[in-house]
Write a protein that binds this ligand. Structure first.
Ligand SMILES: C=C1C[C@]23C[C@H]1CC[C@H]2[C@]1(C)CCC[C@@](C)(C(=O)O)[C@H]1[C@@H]3C(=O)O
Ligand SMILES: O=C(O)CCC(=O)C(=O)O
Ligand SMILES: [Fe+2]
Length: 381
C-alpha cells in the first residue's frame, strides 16, 4: 500500500503577505553552479540581524548516560538521576545529549551512508520524490518555490514514520513505492532507524514525565502510535557562509527532536541571547523539546531557538527524527501542571492543525506556537 504523506490543499500555500514563494518558475538550487558565481543570489542572503556571527562558543550540553535507565535491572536511583538531569537541561535551554542509548553504531553509520548516497544522486533522480506544495514529505532543494526570501542553503528529504502495528512498514513502503524496489535496502535501514528513534523517544518521554512530576507513563502513552517525521538534512559547502544559513533560526514545532550530526560543526543554539555551538559527538544524539511538548508541559519546558550554519570547505549532513503524536490527539497539559499560579498557557489543539499551519500558512520560526495560538483564536498574526 502506497503511503501517502500529509496532503493538504495548497490554495493558501503562497500567501503573498507571508512572503511565500512563487511556484510558477522557482529558482533551481544547484550549489556547485552557484558557488562558481562571484556572488550568491539575493534570495539566499539573510538579513544582517540573522546572519551567522563568526563567534559561536561551544555550549557544554548536559550529557545523560542512559545505560542504567535502559537496562532491565535499572534501579530507581538511576531513573531518578536521569530525570533530574533532564529537568535541569529543559529548564535551561531545552537541549541535552544522550549516550549509551542502545542504538547500534552500524545502524547510525548505515543511515549516514544512505543519506550521502541519496543526496549524491542526480537532481532529476531526487526530484522523482519532489515535495509538493502543502506536503511535508519528499525532496526539497532549498525550498525554492515555497519561500521567496531567506532561502536555506540545504537540500532535505523528509518522510513519515508511523508507530502503528496496522501499517508496520510505512518508511520501507514509501521508498519502494516512490523510488522503486532498488531502494528497498535504503528503505529497510530508515525503517529500522525510525523504529529505534521511536523506541528511544518513548523512553525519553518516561523521563520527561517523571521530571515534570507526572507519572512515568503519562507522556509515553500520549506518544504511543506516534505519526512522526524523519528528515535528512544535506548542507553543501557555500562560498559565502557568512551571508547565508543552512537552517534559519527556529523552534521545532514538533514534540521532541533526536538529531545525529555528522563530523562537521554547524548546529547552534541561542542561550542567554548568544549563539552557542553544539559540537558533533558520534556517540551521542542531540535531543531537544519542541513547541508541541512546550504546550504539553504548559510552558514549564521551553522549545528553544536553534539554527544550522554552513561553511565554505565541506558539506555537512544531519539526521533529524521529529516525534509527533497521532494527528487527532488533543494537545493539552496534564492537570498536575495546572494551578492558579500557572493557568493554561496555550489553547487545545491537535498536531494535525499545527502541522497544517506550518505547511500552509506560516514559516516555522521562533514565534510559531504563539502565532498559531493567535491564528486559532482568530487574532491578526
Ligand atoms: C514539522 C516540521 C516543519 C519543519 C520540519 C519539521 C520540524 C522542523 C521544521 C523546520 C525545520 C523549522 C525551520 C523552518 C523549516 C521550513 C525548515 O527550514 O526546514 C521547517 C520544516 C518545514 O516546514 O519543512
Ligand atoms: O542540521 C542541524 O544541525 C539542525 C537542523 C534542524 O534544526 C532541523 O532540521 O529542525
Ligand atoms: Fe530544528
Amino acid at each position: 500500500m502506497a503511503v501517502s504523506c500529509v496532503r493538504t490543499s495548497s490554495e493558501q500555500e503562497h500567501t503573498p503577505k507571508l512572503g511565500l514563494g512563487n511556484s510558477q518558475s522557482p529558482l533551481i538550487f544547484n550549489p556547485s553552479m552557484l558557488n562558481l558565481q562571484p556572488n550568491i543570489p539575493d534570495q539566499f542572503i539573510w538579513p544582517d540581524h540573522e546572519k551567522p556571527c563568526t563567534e559561536a562558543p561551544e555550549l557544554e550540553v548536559p550529557l545523560i548516560d542512559l545505560k542504567d535507565f535502559l537496562s532491565n535491572s535499572s534501579s530507581p536511583s538511576a531513573t531518578l538521576e536521569a530525570s533530574r538531569l533532564i529537568s535541569e537541561a529543559c529548564s535551561k535551554h531545552g537541549f541535552f545529549l544522550v549516550v549509551n542509548h542502545g542504538i547500534s553504531e552500524e545502524l547510525i553509520s548505515d543511515a549516514h551512508e544512505y543519506m550521502a548516497r541519496f543526496f549524491d544522486m542526480p537532481l532529476s533522480e531526487k526530484q522523482r520524490v519532489q515535495r509538493k506544495p502543502g506536503e511535508s514529505c519528499g525532496y526539497a532543494s532549498s525550498f525554492t518555490g515555497r519561500f521567496s526570501t531567506k532561502l536555506p542553503w540545504k537540500e532535505t528529504l523528509s518522510f513519515r514514520f508511523c508507530d502503528d502495528k496496522n501499517s508496520p512498514n510505512t518508511v520501507q513502503d514509501y521508498f519502494c513505492h516512490a523510488l522503486g524496489h532498488e531502494f528497498e535496502p535504503l528503505g529497510k535501514v530508515y525503517q529500522e532507524y525510525c523504529e529505534a528513534m521511536s523506541f528511544l523517544s518513548l523512553k525519553i518521554m518516561e523521563l520527561l514525565g517523571l521530571s515534570l512530576g507526572v507519572s512515568r507513563d503519562y507522556f509515553r502513552a500520549f506518544f504511543e502510535e506516534n505519526d512522526s517525521i524523519m528528515r535528512l538534512n544535506y548542507y553543501p559547502p557555500c562560498q559565502k557562509p557568512d551571508l547565508t544559513l543552512g537552517t534559519g533560526p527556529h523552534c521545532d514545532p514538533t514534540s521532541l527532536t533526536i538529531l545525529h550530526q555528522d563530523h562537521v560543526n554547524g548546529l547552534q543554539v541561542l542561550v542567554e541571547n548568544q549563539w552557542r555551538s553544539i559540537s558533533p559527538n558520534p556517540k551521542a544524539f542531540v535531543v531537544n523539546i519542541g513547541d508541541t511538548f512546550m504546550a504539553l508541559s504548559n510552558n514549564r519546558y521551553k522549545s528553544c531557538l536553534h539554527r544550522a550554519v554552513v561553511n565554505s570547505r565541506s558539506e555537512r549532513k544531519s539526521l533529524a527524527f521529529f516525534l509527533c503524536p497521532k494527528k487527532d490527539r488533543v494537545v493539552k497539559p496534564p492537570r498536575e501542571l495546572l494551578n492558579s499560579i500557572t493557568p493554561r498557557r496555550y489553547p487545545d489543539f491537535t498536531w494535525s492543525m499545527l502541522l497544517e499551519f506550518t505547511q500552509k500558512h506560516y514559516r516555522a520560526d521562533m514565534n510559531t506556537l504563539q502565532a498559531f495560538s493567535d491564528w486559532l483564536t482568530d487574532k491578526p498574526i
